[in-house]
Design a protein around this ligand. Structure first.
Ligand code: F6P
Length: 562
């Protein structure tokens, strides 16, 4: 009862006031830190590429897992500095790598966040390891922090990190960005320790998502789990703290990538590839080997397209699928690797000839320069994930195109990028026939239409580069939703089991208000469907006229506190 009163007070008195902090050192935390031995070494995943671009420009500290395992793990991080950027990495013990990384992160959170409940492993032992490793990371990072650091945590591996840092006394600004989708409560609530995980978000100052739909889903989860209330739309109170949430789609280094692609065109490797690959009548796909990427559906759509084409047309076309292996210790990935290789073999066996291989399937990573050249020469970029937070390959394909003769992007409606790249041919990746239709349409698309679509997509990419994205997020992080000094402090226990204890239960008034609503989630979407940007200042006071379910609930609380 006492706790409930404190939370009512907080909500009533902490009507947001804006306070801009001075810039400090940027500390980026991600599960995997690509401490590459040479600058030319390919980076694993969009997150690594994006953060490398941001940190190379801004400088700072990049902390996380080295990607290596040893019997015991490492007790202290190893540091290396290149110019203004310092990397600090820890090894994981074999058990932690198995239970935290292969286990809870990639066999539980990953499938559930990608709507694959059928593939989720619900082991509580792995879940416990996830919290344990997060606490270990927090302990190591805490020792390295300076007073004016701004901490930016990335992705699903590290959701509870800030909660542990707070328990260690860390009062820094801490932001979190989720690179993958966040599902609504019907799906997310299947997660083991769902309540604990959800409440862990409450230790952040800003939580960013790739799309408005993900941000809306998150707020629905918070409200429906009684973990907090949303006010206004961009702010929500989660376990007694103000937290700013919203959509902030990640971008790429658009101009730099375009330059790399132009430079690649002049290399011998590019010219050789062009000769081997039908002079550019190429459909290119580039993805980590992952069941979320829709690779089996994709190669079947290519086979359907070949099936429908005349012998003459067919032999002029090649598909190039570059798919570095990923998470090979996870059983679902091993199964998928086998199935995909078999499918590729079937297609090449059926359609191929001594002088023509329809589908080139490559399992090793390539440098950004090699990829940029291949994107530039390819007539079609085929990006068809079954579910994807953003998909930066789609953006890189567009940025790499030749303005006078651009290729066509065929893009899944379930990729976050589809919310921005409206100039693509948007397809449902489950619909094999429709994807094959889109391939046929892309091949015969007139130059004018290709240019028109490409210009529209480039305008989006230029308006939101990875540097704009980082600036926007860090601006939001530096802009406090500040409580008044008369506000009571937020209770936090130092015990690592205490996360669930700090749980503000909504008052009976709020519960009644909420139960009077048909369904919070259906009312919570922004009325015009527009994204609510992170950097938008929150309203000082909630609106008096109810606009959506969660606002009503917050107002009921506020009124009851008066
Ligand atoms: O984008 C999702 C993500 O898990 C990133 O966090 C990561 O950098 C990338 O995919 C590669 O994944 P992994 O580190 O498991 O190989």
């Amino acid at each position: 009862m006492v706790k409930r009163m404190v939370d009512l007070e907080l909500l009533a008195k902490s009507a947001p006031t804006i306070c801009r902090k001075r810039d400090g050192r940027l500390v980026v935390v991600s599960n995997r830190v690509p401490l590459a031995s040479s600058a030319a070494e390919p980076l694993a995943g969009g997150l690594a590429v994006a953060m490398k671009a941001v940190l190379t420009r801004r400088g700072g500290l990049w902390f996380g897992w080295s990607g290596r395992t040893s019997e015991e793990g490492s007790s202290e991080p190893k540091s290396r500095t290149f110019g203004s950027l310092t990397y600090a990495v820890c090894d994981l013990s074999r058990r932690d790598a198995e239970q935290y990384y292969c286990g809870f992160a990639n066999r539980t959170l990953w499938p559930i966040c990608h709507y694959r409940l059928d593939l989720a492993d619900l082991s509580e032992c792995n879940a416990a390891a996830y919290f344990r490793v997060n606490e270990q990371f927090a302990r190591r990072l805490h020792k390295m922090l300076r007073q004016d650091d701004i901490i930016w945590v990335h992705d699903y591996h590290l959701i509870p990190l800030a909660r542990f840092l707070r328990q260690m006394g860390c009062a820094h600004r801490i932001g979190f960005f989720l690179h993958i989708p966040w599902p609504g409560p019907e799906v997310a609530s299947a997660l083991p320790f769902y309540q604990r995980l959800l409440r862990s978000f409450g230790a952040y100052d800003v939580v960013g998502f790739q799309t408005q739909a993900d941000a809306d889903n998150f707020r629905d989860c918070i409200v429906s789990a009684n973990a907090g209330l949303t006010v206004g739309g961009a702010c929500c109170s989660c376990v007694g703290r103000w937290l700013r949430t919203g959509a902030s789609p990640i971008g790429i280094d658009t101009d730099a990538f375009g330059q790399i692609a132009r430079a690649a065109e002049r290399t011998d490797a590019f010219k050789r590839a062009l000769t081997h690959l039908n002079n550019g009548y190429v459909i290119i796909g580039v993805d980590r080997l992952d069941y979320t990427k829709g690779l089996k559906h994709r190669v079947r759509a290519f086979a359907t397209f070949l099936d429908r084409s005349s012998e003459g047309t067919r032999r002029r076309i090649t598909m190039l699928q570059i798919t570095p292996k990923s998470r090979s210790d996870v059983p679902e990935y091993q199964r998928m690797q086998r199935e995909l290789a078999e499918e590729v073999g079937r297609i090449n066996g059926k359609f191929g000839d001594v002088d023509w291989t329809p589908l080139h399937y490559i399992n090793r990573p390539m440098s950004p320069a090699a990829l940029a050249g291949l994107y530039r020469m390819s007539r079609i970029g085929l990006v068809t994930p079954l579910r994807d937070g953003m998909n930066l390959v789609a953006k890189e394909y567009v940025a790499a195109q030749e303005p006078d003769n651009p290729g066509v992007l065929v893009l899944s409606q379930f990729a976050g990028a589809a919310h921005e790249l409206k100039g693509a041919l948007i397809i449902n990746p489950y619909d094999i026939e429709a994807t094959a239709d889109a391939l046929a349409r892309a091949f015969v698309m007139p130059l004018d239409e290709r240019k028109h679509r490409w210009h529209a997509m480039m305008a989006v990419l230029r308006a939101n580069s990875v540097h704009d994205w980082a600036s926007r997020f860090l601006e939001a992080l530096a802009t406090d939703v500040k409580r008044k000094s008369s506000d009571p402090p937020v209770a936090e226990s130092s015990s690592s089991n205490a996360i669930d204890v700090v749980r503000p239960e909504p008052s009976p008034v709020a519960r009644r208000a909420r139960s009077a609503l048909p369904r919070a989630s259906s009312q919570r979407r922004s009325t015009n469907g527009a994204a609510q940007p992170l950097s938008k200042a929150p309203r000082r006071t909630p609106p008096l006229r109810p606009k959506n379910g969660s606002t009503i609930a917050a107002e009921a609380l506020l009124q009851s506190a008066d």
